[in-house]
Design a protein around this ligand. Structure first.
Ligand code: ARG
Length: 580
C-alpha cells in the first residue's frame, strides 16, 4: 500500500474543510501544513487560515474556527486546536502513528515510492580539465552531482551522468608541443605524467617565453582540429593520462562516475558545424565583428549592450559556448532527456542562462523539459579567502582527501576500535564522509569554510556524528540477540513519539530535496533524526524495557533509525560502517 506523507495527508483534509466551510478552493500548497519544531505540544500546524482570511476579508481566527469545525481528521489526529491569529494545530493519534511506523518498517524503500512519471535526467557534473590536476573547485560539482544522481535513482528516475571534460581547445596546442619536446612517442606509450599541474605550468611558461614555441603551438591546434592522425594520437595519450588521475580521485571519493560517463568537449567536435548550421538556418545568428553570435533577447551588459553567445569566432574557431549548444541539442534530441541538470559553479550562471535561452530559440528546449543550473558557491580557507596551499596554489583534491583520511585515522586512534573492524577502511569511511558531508550540509549556493577540525568533530551536524548514531543503534540490535520482529509499535514516552515523527518524515524529505536539488535538507533531516534518537536512547531503556512488547517496539525504533540513517547517508554517497 502507498501512503502520502503526513503533511500532504493533512493538507488534503484542510483543502476539503476549506471547501466545506467557506466554499473556497485552495491548493495543497496553500494548506501550508508543516511539522512543528520539536518540543511543541502539537505535531503539525496549518497556516492556511491567515492568507485565506485576507482574501475573504474575514477575521482569521474566526475562519480557522470554521475550518476546524469542518475538518474530518478523526482517524489521524485529535480534534484540531485553533491558536493565536488562526493557527490550526494537530496532535496525531498514537494508534495512527504506530500503524504508520509499521508501514514504514515494512516498506522496502522506507516509504519512497517510485516516481509515477519518471524523468530521463541528464546530470552534468564533475567536468575537470584535461592536463590539469582536479582542484577543490571540482570537488563540489563531483560531490553534489553524485548525491543528486543517487537521489534521483532512488526515487525511480532514469539518470544519465555526463562528465563534460575540458579536453579540447587552444591549450592543447602548447601541451602537445611540450609532449613532443619531452620526447613522447606517438600515442605516448611508456610515458606518464606524475604531476599534471607541473606539466601544464611548464608548457605555459615556454608558451609565454618562447615565440617560436608559441607559433608551433598555434599550428598544432589547427592540426588537432583538422584531425591530423599523429597529433590526435598524442592528444589521446594526454587525455588518457589525465583520466587515470581523475579515476584515482573518483575512486578515493567513492563516486559513481566512470569512464562510460565521459562525454567531454571533444565528443561534440563532430557536431559543432551542424549545430551552427542549424542555428543559422533558423535565422538566429548575427555576424558581429566577424564573429557569428546569438543575442538572446533580454540579456544586456552593464552599459545596456546586448550579450552574445559566440558560436563561431572570426577565425572559424568554435568556443565553449558552441560546445554547450551542441551538448544541449544532443542531450535533448539524441539522448531523449526531459530533465537537464548542470552542476557547475555560480560564476557560470550567465553562460547557462544564455545557453538555455538560445536552446529555446532553436526549439530544442521546450516547456516540457526541466532545465536547471545547479549553481554552487566557493570553498574558503579558514581565513575566509579561497582555499589555497601555503604556496598560494589551488589545493589539489587528492592531497585534501588524503589528509582527511589521515586525520580520521588519528580520531579513531584515540578511541577503542571494535573487534574485527578494519581501521584503514573505517578511517576512509570517516575521512571521505566528513569532506562530503561538510560540503553537502551547507546550502549549495553559499560559500563554506573548509575546516578539518569542524568536519571531523564528534558532536554537531557532522557525518561522524551520524555514523556513530547508526553504529550505536546497530550495537543495541546486536546485543539484543534476536531481530526485533514485525510486531506492533507502542509509542509510550514523548522521546519515542518525537523519534517516530522524524522517521516518518524520511520519504517527504527525499521528495523535498529533489524539488529544488538541495541535499543540505537531507543532512539537516538526518541530523535531527540522530538527535531525536540520542534523546530516545538516553531516556527510554531498550534492552531493559519493563515489558516484552515495549522492548520489541523500542528495538524496532533502533532498527528503523539505523536503516534511515544508513540509507540517507548512502544517498549522499557516504558510508555508514555498522560498527565504530
Ligand atoms: N570544465 C569546466 C570548468 O572546469 C566545467 C564544465 C561544466 N559543464 C558544461 N556543460 N559546461 O569550468
Amino acid at each position: 500500500m502507498t501512503h502520502p506523507d503526513i503533511a500532504s495527508e493533512l493538507s488534503a483534509r484542510v483543502v476539503a474543510a476549506v471547501k466545506a466551510a467557506v466554499d473556497s478552493d485552495i491548493s495543497l500548497e496553500q494548506a501550508l501544513v508543516r511539522p512543528a519544531a520539536p518540543g511543541r505540544p502539537w505535531d503539525y500546524q496549518s497556516n492556511a487560515a491567515m492568507g485565506l482570511a485576507k482574501r475573504l476579508g474575514m477575521p482569521s481566527r474566526e475562519l480557522a474556527g470554521q475550518i476546524a469545525d469542518h475538518l474530518d481528521v478523526d482517524d489521524v489526529s485529535e480534534a484540531p486546536r485553533v491558536e493565536g491569529p488562526g493557527f490550526l494545530n494537530f496532535q496525531l493519534r498514537p494508534a495512527w502513528l504506530e500503524a504508520r511506523l509499521a508501514w514504514l518498517r515494512d516498506h522496502e524503500h522506507l516509504g519512497v515510492e517510485p516516481a509515477t512519471r519518471p524523468h530521463r535526467s541528464v546530470v552534468d557534473y564533475s567536468a575537470p580539465n584535461v592536463a590539469k590536476e582536479m582542484h577543490v573547485g571540482h570537488l563540489r560539482s563531483t560531490i553534489i552531482g553524485d548525491a543528486l544522481v543517487r537521489l534521483l535513482r532512488f526515487a525511480g528516475h532514469a539518470t544519465i551522468p555526463q562528465n563534460h571534460l575540458g579536453d579540447w581547445g587552444t591549450p592543447f596546442g602548447m601541451l602537445i608541443e611540450h609532449m613532443l619536446d619531452e620526447g613522447w612517442a606517438e600515442g605516448g606509450a611508456g610515458h606518464s605524467i606524475a604531476d599534471l599541474n607541473a606539466f601544464y605550468q611548464a608548457a605555459r611558461a615556454k608558451f609565454e617565453a618562447d615565440p617560436d614555441f608559441g607559433e608551433r603551438s598555434r599550428r598544432r591546434v589547427v592540426a588537432l582540429h583538422r584531425g591530423d592522425p599523429a597529433t590526435l594520437g598524442l592528444w589521446q595519450g594526454l587525455v588518457e593520462e589525465s583520466e587515470r588521475h581523475f579515476d584515482d580521485v573518483y575512486e578515493l571519493l567513492g563516486v559513481l562516475l566512470g569512464r562510460d560517463d565521459i562525454a567531454g568537449e571533444s565528443f561534440y567536435n563532430a557536431m559543432l558545424a551542424d549545430t551552427v548550421r542549424e542555428l543559422e538556418e533558423k535565422g538566429l545568428t548575427v555576424v558581429s565583428d566577424g564573429a557569428t553570435c546569438i543575442f538572446p533577447p533580454g540579456f544586456t551588459g552593464r552599459t545596456g549592450e546586448p550579450m552574445p553567445l559566440i558560436v563561431e569566432k572570426s577565425d572559424g574557431a568554435y568556443t565553449y559556448d558552441t560546445t554547450d549548444l551542441a551538448a544541449i541539442r544532443h542531450r535533448i534530441c539524441a539522448l531523449g532527456a526531459d530533465q537537464l541538470l548542470y552542476v557547475v559553479g555560480a560564476p557560470q550562471r550567465l553562460h547557462f542562462e544564455l545557453v538555455f535561452a538560445a536552446a529555446r530559440m532553436a526549439g530544442w528546449l521546450t516547456d516540457e523539459i526541466d532545465v536547471r543550473h545547479i549553481a554552487f558557491g566557493s570553498v574558503l580557507g579558514e581565513d575566509g579567502k579561497m582555499l589555497r596551499t601555503r604556496a598560494g596554489r589551488p589545493v589539489t583534491l587528492a592531497a585534501l582527501l588524503e589528509e582527511a583520511v589521515e586525520r580520521a585515522g588519528a580520531v579513531l586512534a584515540e578511541r577503542d576500535v571494535p573487534d574485527g573492524a578494519d581501521p584503514p577502511a573505517l578511517a576512509r569511511a570517516i575521512g571521505i564522509g566528513a569532506v562530503k558531508y561538510a560540503d553537502l550540509s551547507t546550502d549549495r549556493e553559499r560559500d563554506y569554510v573548509f575546516s578539518f577540525d569542524r568536519m571531523l568533530s564528534l558532536d554537531g551536524n557532522t557525518s561522524v556524528y551520524l555514523q556513530y548514531a547508526n553504529a550505536r543503534a546497530r550495537s543495541v540490535l546486536a546485543r539484543a540477540g534476536a531481530a526485533p520482529g514485525a510486531g506492533p509499535f507502542t509509542l509510550a514516552e514523548p522521546p519515542e513519539r518525537e523519534l517516530a515523527l522524524k522517521l516518518l518524515q524520511f520519504p517527504a524529505t527525499v521528495q523535498d530535496v529533489l524539488s529544488d536539488m538541495r541535499p543540505h535538507k537531507l543532512c539537516t533531516y538526518l541530523f535531527d533524526t540522530a538527535v531525536a534518537f540520542s534523546d530516545f536512547y538516553d531516556r527510554c531503556p531498550v534492552l531493559r524495557a519493563e515489558e516484552e512488547a515495549l522492548r520489541a517496539s523500542r528495538l524496532g525504533l533502533c532498527e528503523l533509525t539505523a536503516r534511515v540513517i544508513t540509507q540517507g547517508l548512502d544517498l549522499l554517497g557516504i558510508e555508514a560502517p555498522p560498527r565504530l
